[in-house]
Design a protein around this ligand. Structure first.
Ligand SMILES: Cc1cc2nc3c(=O)[nH]c(=O)nc-3n(C[C@H](O)[C@H](O)[C@H](O)COP(=O)(O)O)c2cc1C
Length: 276
């Protein structure tokens, strides 16, 4: 099982603070929220990649559309012993996709191929993966690109079984996912509202796991730990409060959190959070 990248949520502090819970839940690997692969940016300076070892593998995910910049980033992380890397070809936000990044790569086959080539060449056979969607507007766009994906020795393709236009809601398209899987020469990993807990190893899970943390008997204690770790990392202040709200927003409909959420939502300081 793979822990999904959720920008602002499954960040390094989250992975470190809840490393035991993540490992005990059966996750063998976490993919980081995306890191920019732009020219002149050193990925090793990114906060996501500055942690120590954890009881599961952490694979960096990159977003970009410049194959040379991607190559440089991958060489950098490889030099520190990082074995695997992932490409974001799924981010649905118009600001990202209209610039040809994230899911926008699905609209430019030549650019997509150049990115896959840069990734496979730099990381090596079976070491570079792609996280994507069924398409941008339609559910058959990824399917049409399978011959292109099949030309590269990827580690696997993670498919969020929605289109970019659908963002994060509505029913995932299982039939279309199965079709992509059937056509793929590379391993395909399912993603999108998969039930948690889960028996299958071939699945990536994000929000269902985050929600399940809030349903635990020790969820208050988990939150206290996260507040303390975030305050230590960020030195207190609005960054901590924003981060905590982002997590508890996933818990707000749970019986033990629905009364606390309106109070927490109005909190402005770490002290107020700690008093909850
Ligand atoms: C707040 C948020 C941030 C996300 N950030 C990323 C990201 O950085 N990279 C990525 O590939 N997907 C990102 N995703 C998509 C998730 O990884 C995943 O594909 C999606 O949430 C569906 O899986 P789930 O239902 O198991 O959460 C994000 C999703 C959300 C809701």
């Amino acid at each position: 099982m793979y822990l999904a990248p959720l920008r602002g949520v499954t960040i390094r502090c989250f992975r470190e603070t809840f490393s035991r819970e993540i490992a005990e839940a059966g996750f063998k690997e976490a993919v980081t929220p995306f890191i920019s692969a732009n020219a002149g940016v050193d990925p090793l300076k990114d906060r996501e990649l500055r942690g120590g070892p954890l009881p599961f593998r952490v694979t960096p995910q990159f977003i970009g559309k410049d194959p040379q910049a991607l190559k440089t980033c991958l060489e950098r992380i490889k030099s520190t012993g990082c074995e695997y890397a992932d490409l974001n070809a799924g981010c649905p936000f118009p600001m990202v996709r209209n610039k040809g990044r994230g899911s926008g790569l699905l609209k430019d086959a030549a650019k997509l191929a150049a990115m896959l080539e840069a990734g496979c060449e730099t990381m090596g056979e079976g070491k570079f993966s792609v996280k994507t969607r069924l398409g941008v507007e339609r559910t058959d766009e990824l399917k049409a690109l399978m011959p292109l994906f099949n030309a590269f020795p990827l580690r696997f393709i993670i498919v969020h079984a929605r289109t970019a236009k659908e963002m994060y809601s509505g029913r995932p398209h299982m039939e279309e996912f199965e079709e992509v899987k059937r056509l793929s020469r590379n391993r395909v990993i399912y993603n999108g509202d998969a039930p948690f807990p889960q028996e299958s190893d071939e699945v990536m899970i994000g929000r269902p796991f985050v929600r399940a943390l809030g349903a635990r008997d020790d969820s208050h204690e988990l939150l206290s730990r996260y507040i303390a770790a975030s305050a230590q990392e960020l030195g207190g202040g609005p960054g901590v409060v924003g981060r905590i709200k982002e997590l508890v927003a996933y818990w707000k409909d749970l019986p033990r959190w629905e009364k606390l959420w309106p109070v927490l939502k109005l909190s402005r300081t770490v002290k107020e959070l700690e008093a909850l």
